[in-house]
Design a protein around this ligand. Structure first.
Ligand code: UGA
Length: 443
C-alpha cells in the first residue's frame, strides 16, 4: 500500500524505512530541503544501528521516496503518518504547533479519503485537534471530503529502534472506525504475523497508553535510584537488592538498573508533559512530580561524589568523562547526565577530558570550542593528566578495564561510576577509590 510520512526525524525515518522494507511504497516528507537532499543520497542525519542500510536499500528499490513537496506527499498515501516533533513548551507541556501545521497541510491538499495517523507523542485529546485542523483547512477550500484520524503511538528505543519496530511487544491503534482498523491491519500485516500484536482501542486510551508506558518505566528507574541512595546510606548493596527483587516475576528485571538518572528525548519530556496535562485538568500528579524530582536529584550525584572525593575542591582539577550519550548505541545527548555533570564541573572551575564512541560530534555541536573541554579520541587518552574518572554511559567498550593501569594513569585514584559497571571489591583491591551507585561508601 502507499503510505506518506511527515517528518524524517528519528521516529518518521525508522517508521518509513521499516514499512518500505516490508514492501509498502513509502514517501517521507520534510520541510528541511537539505535533509531531504542528503536522505536521497542515503545519508542519515542520526546514528541508529541498521538504519542507514535499511534506508539505502529501500531507496535503491524505489520503495522509499523523499520529498519536500507537500502536495505530492498528501496525494501519495492513503495513510498519512504524522511523525514530527513535539518539543516541550516553556511550561513542560507538549508543543503541538508542528503536528497541527501538518494536519492543516493535509487538509489544504487532500483530494480523496485519507487516514491521518498520529505517530508523534501527543497529549490526550490531540486527535480531536488534528481532526479540527483538517476540517478547518477543508472548510477554507469549501470542499467536503471524508477522512479519519487515529492514534498509533511508537514504542521505539533509541539504539534498538528497528528491532522494536519489527519485533515490538504490541502495535497500539486508537480508533473507533472499522475502515481504519482494516487499513492499519494491512499496513502492519508484515510485522504482525505469528502473534497478534495489534491492539485496537479508543483514541484517548491509545494516546494515554504512550505516556503511561514511558511514565511507568521512568517511575521504575526513579524508584530504584531512590532505593540505591538509601542502600548507600544504610550499608547495603543495591546490586544485590536488585537481584533480590527482580527475581519476583511481579517486579521483573527490566528497567530496575540504578544509575545517574534517566535522560533522552522521551522520559524527561513525557513525564513532564503528563504531569502538565494532569495539572491542567485540576489533578495534582504527586507521583509523576516525584519521579521527575528524584531524577533531577540523581543527575547531581556524580558531581556530589566527586566533591566528596576531593573535599569540595574541584577548582583546577581535570576530570576524565567516559560516555556522553544519554545511553549506549546512540549519539543523542539530550538530557544526558554527562551534560549535567560537565556543566557543574565547569561552574566549579574544573576541566573535562571526554570520550564517547559515537557522541563526540554531537558534543562539539552543543558546546563548541571551549578551554575547559577537551574531546579526545579514546578512553585511555581521556585519562592522561586527569585527576579522576567519571563513567556516565555504559558503553560495552568501557566494561573491561585494567585497574592497575588506571591507577597508574590517573593523577588521583578516583573513579565515580554512574552505571555500576564494576565489582567494588575488585576496583578497591587495586587501590582505587570507587564511588558507584548504591554500593557502599568508598571513603
Ligand atoms: C524510551 C522507551 O524505552 C521507549 O519504549 C519509547 O518508545 C521511547 O522512550 C519514546 O518515547 O520514544 P529511549 O528514550 O530511547 O526509549 O531510551 P531507554 O532505553 O528507555 O532509556 C531511557 C533512559 O533510562 C536512559 O537514560 C537509560 O540510561 C535510563 N535507564 C534505563 C536507567 O537508568 N535504568 C534502567 O534500568 C533502564
Amino acid at each position: 500500500m502507499r503510505i506518506t510520512i511527515f517528518g524524517t526525524g528519528y521516529v518518521g525515518l525508522v517508521t518509513g524505512a521499516c514499512l518500505a522494507d516490508a514492501g509498502h511504497e513509502v514517501m517521507c516528507m520534510d520541510i528541511d530541503a537539505q535533509k531531504v537532499a542528503r536522505l536521497k543520497q542515503g545519508e542519515i542525519p542520526i546514528y541508529e544501528p541498521g538504519l542507514e542500510t535499511l534506508v539505502t536499500e529501500n531507496v535503491g528499490q524505489q520503495r522509499l521516496l523523499f520529498t519536500t513537496d507537500a502536495a505530492e506527499a498528501v496525494a501519495f498515501g492513503t495513510l498519512q503518518f504524522i511523525a514530527v516533533g513535539t518539543p516541550p513548551d516553556e511550561d513542560g507541556s507538549a508543543d503541538l504547533q508542528y503536528v497541527l501545521a501538518v494536519a492543516k497541510t493535509i487538509g489544504q491538499h487532500m483530494e480523496d479519503y485519507k487516514v491521518v495517523v498520529d505517530k508523534s507523542t501527543v497529549p490526550v485529546g490531540t486527535a480531536d485537534r488534528v481532526h479540527e485542523a483538517i476540517a478547518g483547512a477543508l472548510g477554507e477550500r469549501g470542499v467536503s471530503l471524508d477522512f479519519d484520524v487515529c492514534s498509533n503511538p511508537e514504542f521505539l528505543k533509541e539504539g534498538a529502534a528497528i528491532e522494536d519496530f519489527t519485533h515490538g511487544a504490541r502495535i497500539v491503534v486508537g480508533t473507533d472506525s472499522e475502515r481504519v482498523k482494516a487499513l492499519m491491519r494491512e499496513c502492519y500485516a508484515p510485522y504482525n504475523r505469528r502473534v497478534e500484536k495489534l491492539m485496537f482501542m479508543d483514541v484517548r486510551s491509545a494516546e494515554l497508553t504512550k505516556y503511561a508506558a514511558n511514565a511507568m518505566l521512568a517511575t521504575k528507574i526513579s524508584f530504584m535510584n531512590e532505593i540505591a541512595n538509601l542502600a548507600e546510606r544504610l550499608g547495603a548493596d543495591i546490586e544485590q537488592v536488585r537481584r533480590g527483587i527482580g527475581s519476583d516475576p511481579r517486579i521483573g528485571y527490566h528497567f530496575i538498573y540504578p544509575g545517574c538518572g534517566y535522560g533522552g528525548s522521551c522520559f524527561p519530556k513525557d513525564v513532564q508533559a503528563l504531569a502538565r496535562t494532569a495539572s491542567q485538568i485540576g489533578y495534582d500528579p504527586q507521583l509523576l512530580n516525584a519521579v521527575e524530582a528524584v531524577n533531577d536529584r540523581q543527575k547531581s550525584t556524580l558531581f556530589e561524589k566527586l566533591g566528596q572525593a576531593f573535599d569540595g575542591q574541584l577548582d583546577g582539577k581535570t576530570v576524565a568523562v567516559w560516555g556522553l550519550a544519554f545511553k549506549p548505541n546512540t549519539d543523542d545527548m539530550r538530557e544526558a547526565p554527562s551534560r549535567h555533570l560537565m556543566e557543574a564541573l565547569w561552574a566549579a572551575g574544573a576541566r573535562v577530558r571526554a570520550y564517547d564512541p559515537e557522541a563526540m560530534e554531537e558534543c562539539r555541536r552543543i558546546y563548541g570550542e571551549r578551554d575547559d573541554l577537551t574531546l579526545v579520541g579514546g578512553r585511555d587518552e581521556a585519562l592522561q593528566g586527569s585527576d579522576a574518572l567519571v563513567i556516565c554511559t555504559e558503553w560495552k567498550s568501557f566494561r573491561t578495564v585494567d585497574f592497575a593501569h588506571l591507577h597508574r594513569t590517573l593523577r588521583t585514584p578516583v573513579i565515580v561510576d554512574g552505571r555500576n559497571l564494576f565489582e567494588p571489591d575488585q576496583v578497591r583491591a587495586a587501590g582505587l577509590l570507587y564511588f558507584a551507585v548504591g554500593r557502599g561508601d568508598s571513603l
